[in-house]
Design a protein around this ligand. Structure first.
Ligand code: FES
Length: 166
């Protein structure tokens, strides 16, 4: 009687059993998911950072050099500013061009200033000649630095009639 040698046969994997994931693939997948999670948490953290509480604002104090050709009673309006500067025999003064009604910038005209928003009018000294503006345009602080050069502070009002020597 002959006996067949025992042959070990590996069990055929079922199609329903998943193949075990190789260790290298598993570690690669875990590293990828960790990177995605880290990026997500970083984005959430960046979104929760405090916002800057200080917003830069242009200085309201500025230096201006008046043209030597500026004639008495003529308004000089420095570019980008809302101030009219005058020079006459008594000195130099600055008048704000912000309308005292609702804050529009008034336009310089031959005999004074006119507000394009609601029609107020002001004389050369800032006095109201036509409403609805409730009060005169404020005079601003001016200080002399050198010949023809002045410092104007738009944040400081002075009494009307205050002039510095030219
Ligand atoms: S803002 Fe100048 S008249 Fe109203």
């Amino acid at each position: 009687m002959t006996t067949k040698p025992a042959v070990s046969v590996a069990p055929r994997p079922s199609r329903l059993d998943p193949e075990p994931m190789p260790r290298r693939d598993f570690l690669g997948l875990a590293a990828s998911w960790s990177a995605v999670a880290a990026a997500l948490f970083a984005l959430i953290g960046a979104g929760r950072l405090p916002r800057a509480a200080v917003v830069p604002v242009a200085s309201r104090k500025y230096r201006v050099t008046l043209p030597e050709t500026l004639i008495d009673g003529q308004a000089f309006i420095p570019p980008g500013r809302s101030t009219a500067i005058f020079r006459d025999a008594d000195g130099v003064h600055a008048v704000s061009l912000i309308c005292t009604h609702l804050g529009c910038v008034v336009k310089s005209e031959r005999d004074g200033f006119h507000c394009p928003c609601h029609g107020s009018a002001f004389n050369r000294d800032g006095g109201v000649t036509k409403g609805p503006a409730p009060k005169a345009l404020p005079w601003l602080q001016v200080s002399r630095i050198a010949a023809h050069t002045y410092m104007v502070d738009e944040s400081k009002a002075v009494a009307a009639g205050t002039k510095v020597s030219a």
